[in-house]
Design a protein around this ligand. Sequence first.
Ligand SMILES: C[S@@+](CC[C@H](N)C(=O)[O-])C[C@H]1O[C@@H](n2cnc3c(N)ncnc32)[C@H](O)[C@@H]1O
Length: 234
Amino acid sequence: MNIPRWFPDEVAHAGPEHLDPAYVPGYDRKAGTDPTDDVGLLRDLGLSERHTLVDLGAGTGTFALAAAPYCGRVIAVDVSPVMLARLEEKAGERGIANIACVRSGFLSYQHEGDRADVVYSRNALHHLPDFWKAIALRRIAGILKPGGIFRLHDLVYSFDPGDAERVFDAWFAGAASAPEDGWTREELETHVCDEHSTFAWLLEPMLERAGFAIQDVAHSPAGVYSAYTCVTEG
Ligand SMILES: C[S@@+](CC[C@H](N)C(=O)[O-])C[C@H]1O[C@@H](n2cnc3c(N)ncnc32)[C@H](O)[C@@H]1O
């Protein structure tokens, strides 16, 4: 693909920590993600060994590696070579061979072969401002087969703007005290200040406009994380 000159440099917006060889080895412990529920959900929705799954912003591969035994092919896409190197190392340690790592991004990934059955993305879309989210969501719909599933998790704000101070105060109060154990108050403040989490009531029409039917939505009680299961219309 010839990427237009007016497209952003996705690496420049990837979050400097994700490119930092000193940060990435501690990422899995810090994130503490358990992929079991998402793997189970997608299997309940029909994910099988015949299927291709693309994980966009796959990071160190916590989800992609857990899903791989239940898929035919997994493509783990991330703009960070450091994150992908850790993912490849983990795949080697676990003997997982049906996973391909592609250094690319939401706005640049070129899908090859049959269209995907499932696209998954967790806590990565907020690296794009809203205009670019809308472009990325259209590209994701184009990767999927008709009836394909898009499972999206992200830091999404499901509150009214007037409640921002109250919601963020409560969120920051529960932050980790040490960076190796989770996200600290300073890191959460940086997220709010510099990254591009959007409101649920903006993201949802963007998903629909991109050609998705939203089948399920879950907003965290704190109002700062949301998960969506969407299906391409077709
Ligand atoms: C917070 S990590 C989440 C990683 C993984 N999905 C998880 O849940 O553990 C965000 C990831 O998004 C990647 N990323 C940032 N901007 C991206 C883009 N435009 N396209 C693809 N990946 C991107 C980063 O390199 C990083 O690996």
